[in-house]
Write a protein that binds this ligand. Structure first.
Ligand SMILES: [Zn+2]
Length: 461
């Protein structure tokens, strides 16, 4: 290894701790949204420039902490801002939080009675369906902001027609499974009162103004709609509002926020958040499953110029390689597999899930527990070899470290669960010790010597 390699390895050392200290920052960033600020967000729509500035500061803090050293942004900010059930870390996206908080006012307006509701109805809504209320020049700032999020609210709100006052005749879904404007586009086009409510159609006895005197075929079509309308089972009550994004059809700010941040990603990491392991290890495995751990291939994508080869075997270090396909990883998984009676080893994160379900079908609660311990031990072993020059004599050494983690983490679980874990650890250790004993009897060292040890302090949490 030449001098520039050594320098780059040093840089690598500085960066490797990234995933660890993220844990506490997530909580800290969310708690930094003070009550006063949330109160403000529930009344006004924050200007985009304010949101951008705040987000930039939060993003920088999330990845760098309070430090000044360069840190990579390993996962897109919008993915971090997704809730955990949607595959993110649950850091709040200010803009979407703001919109969700404002939507609550629309729900209150439609479902609750009170002075505010009466005032707004009288001043702004005036018996029109909400969907047709629009901005006017003398609207108050708060009402103006509410109107800006109205479309988001209408996207999640479902109407069940009772008296039809809040339902648009043409554009809401009420008589059939699609709006009448889609089913009868020509009539809709000719109708001069496109925003009329169902209630007002009834009041007008179905006499709606049209652009033309309807030709016979369209007149028949129109009569058909009126027939269906007048046979509809109306009730003397307000149209019932429900919420399609929430459980129990009730509005919650969280359901709106979750919907807004859901995006395209369908990855679920519930198995990680439910696992009984330390939070920083959860973050590590979350990054690992998103292929965002700072293995050398990921560093190279970020213009790192060091030696990209695996410290154990010399092949390109990717996360798939390091944790599964490297001979060292395969040997470790082989020993774990022998314990479970498996005849093969997993070769990726996704395959691990199928593999462990097949070979340990009744051990679901410890699937991720074991995965985390083995991968964390590999990562620590790899870092010790790179940065501290610690020689690993046999992969079984890494497995014994994984066993130590499992024993330590078992303290986080319930007693009956602990017993199972400790039994598993015992038989894993037996395999590891046997392998170490055999190895001691044959070759003195099977893994390549590490590079020159770096001297800088580790950046880990
Ligand atoms: Zn390797």
């Amino acid at each position: 290894m030449d001098a520039s390699d050594g320098k780059n390895e040093k840089k690598l050392k500085i960066w490797k701790g990234n995933s660890l200290s993220i844990a506490g920052r997530t909580t800290l960033i969310n708690s930094s949204l003070s009550n006063a600020f949330i109160y403000h967000m529930s009344l006004y729509l924050l200007p985009k420039t304010v949101v951008d500035t705040l987000d930039k500061q939060r993003r920088t803090y999330f990845w760098k902490g309070g430090g000044t050293k360069k840190k990579y942004h390993l996962v897109r900010w919008e993915n971090i801002c997704k809730s955990k059930s949607k595959g993110g870390l649950g850091v709040k996206d200010i803009s979407k939080m703001n919109i969700s908080l404002l939507c609550k006012w629309w729900w209150k307006l439609e479902t609750e009675n009170g002075l505010w509701q009466d005032l707004v109805q009288k001043k702004y809504v005036k018996d029109s369906p909400l969907s047709v209320v629009s901005h006017k020049i003398d609207d108050s700032p708060i009402w103006t902001d509410l109107l800006k999020v109205k479309q988001v609210y209408l996207g999640g709100r479902v109407l069940q027609v009772k008296n039809g006052k809040n339902t648009r005749f043409w554009e809401d879904i009420w008589l059939k499974d699609k709006p009448l404007c889609i089913l009868h586009p020509v009539l809709f086009d000719w109708c001069l009162n496109k925003n009329i409510s169902v209630y007002n159609v009834l009041c007008a006895n179905g006499r709606l103004p049209f652009d033309w005197c309807l030709p016979p075929s369209f007149f028949q079509e129109w009569l058909g709609i009126l027939d269906a309308t007048f046979s509809f089972n109306f009730e003397d009550a307000n149209d019932k509002v429900s919420w399609k994004w929430g459980r129990n059809k009730m509005f919650t700010t969280k359901s709106t926020y979750d919907h807004l941040t859901a995006g395209q990603s369908r990855g679920h990491f519930n198995h990680i958040w439910k696992a009984k392991i330390p939070y920083k290890i959860k973050i590590f495995t979350w990054l690992l499953e998103k292929d965002a751990v700072l293995t050398k291939d990921n560093l190279i994508k970020r213009n790192w110029l060091g030696n990209p080869s695996c410290i154990f075997c010399g092949q390109l270090e990717t996360s798939k390689h390091l944790f599964f396909q490297c001979p060292v990883a395969r040997c470790i998984w082989g020993m774990v597999g022998s314990c479970l009676g498996a005849t093969n080893v997993p070769n990726s994160c996704s395959q691990f899930k199928l593999w462990i379900e097949h070979w340990l079908p009744n051990g679901k609660p410890i699937h991720h527990f074991g995965f985390a311990a083995v991968c964390w031990a590999i990562w620590k072993g790899r870092n010790k070899a790179i940065f501290d020059g610690k020689i690993i004599r046999h992969p079984a050494e890494i497995l014994t470290h994984a066993c130590a983690f499992m024993t330590y983490w078992a303290g986080l679980t319930k007693e009956d669960f602990q017993v199972g874990i400790l039994e598993g650890v015992k038989s894993l250790l037996a395999y590891a010790h046997r392998a170490l004993a055999q190895q001691a009897a044959t070759t003195p060292r099977m893994l390549p010597a590490p590079p020159t040890p770096a001297t800088e302090d580790e950046d880990e949490a």
